[in-house]
Design a binder for this molecule. Structure first.
Ligand code: SF4
Length: 272
């Protein structure tokens, strides 16, 4: 029974960490911005994710071909956010290329699928529900439960083996909820590089992950003021930019600061 509980996902927690006011607008007040945020990167990423998920659900080896994988991409291709057909083509060709790399040398070979694109919810208490979509959980070749998250961006973001992050913690806790067993391995699969970054999450690390996640939940539970965190990125990335006073105040402050710096360097143009 989820009722009016607050849903916490990797996205909402990351948003809480970047700007608490935006988190409040979106998840507590449920303010409609009237804006649908779409981007070519979201379309590209979602299309690749869906193609791989559907491919991983095919059990008949006769259909596990590169041609089928490419067809799945074309069938599920999302067209929102591209500037023009040329740009869309460029992204489409890139997607075909990375899927070819994945098909020829997959880093996620296993013996059994446990979850493929599974949306999971876990009731935490009377106030919070943890939720997230697991790209894939499977038994890997070391006979361990591995959770894999496919990444379509070009940057490898998890170089440090021991850094805890909300996404990793949520996947691990949700997988345990669904599979009745804590996973042993979590991996981030960077498709552009066909490279997988692997974390062993067994033993005491499992408890550290759970504690870390609960500490974030407590931080959200105890937040009363939801302060703004204005930045240069607000206008481009926040759907509440036009209604957020802090953002326009920030822009004004930045302009005045820029003028002061320019002035202090004696930089005013005098030829007009
Ligand atoms: S515009 Fe900036 S400061 Fe305002 S809610 Fe959005 S992210 Fe936060």
């Amino acid at each position: 029974m989820y009722g009016n509980k607050l849903y916490l996902s990797s996205t909402s927690i990351q948003l809480f960490k970047s700007c608490k006011r935006r988190f409040k607008y979106k998840y507590i007040d449920k303010v409609s911005s009237g804006q649908k945020i779409t981007s070519k990167y979201m379309s590209y990423g979602q299309s690749v994710h869906t193609a791989i998920a559907q491919f991983n659900m095919i059990t008949d080896e006769n259909y596990r071909t590169l041609e089928i994988l490419h067809k799945l991409l074309r069938k599920n291709w999302m067209r929102d956010g591209f500037n023009d057909i040329e740009e869309e083509k460029k992204f489409g060709n890139k997607a075909l290329r990375i899927l070819e790399g994945y098909f020829k040398n997959p880093q996620d070979v296993g013996t059994k699928n446990l979850i493929v694109e599974g949306m999971i919810k876990k009731d935490l208490d009377s106030q919070f529900v943890l939720t997230g979509k697991i790209d894939r959980a499977f038994i890997n070749l070391d006979d361990k439960i591995e959770i894999t998250d496919y990444k379509t961006g070009d940057t490898i973001e998890h170089p440090d083996e021991f850094t805890l992050d909300p996404q990793l913690a949520i996947y691990a806790v949700l997988a345990e909820h669904k599979l009745k067993q804590f996973p042993q391995t979590i991996s981030y699969y960077y498709l552009s590089h066909n490279k997988k970054v692997v974390r062993n999450v067994e033993g005491s690390y499992a408890q550290a992950i759970k504690d870390y996640l609960m500490s974030i939940v407590e931080e959200i539970r105890n937040e009363r003021h939801y302060p703004c965190s204005p930045s240069d990125y607000c206008e481009r990335t926040c759907e509440y930019y036009n209604t957020c006073d802090a953002a326009s105040g920030y822009t004004s402050t930045q302009i005045i600061r820029g003028l002061q710096e320019y002035s202090s360097k004696g930089g005013f143009v005098t030829v007009f």
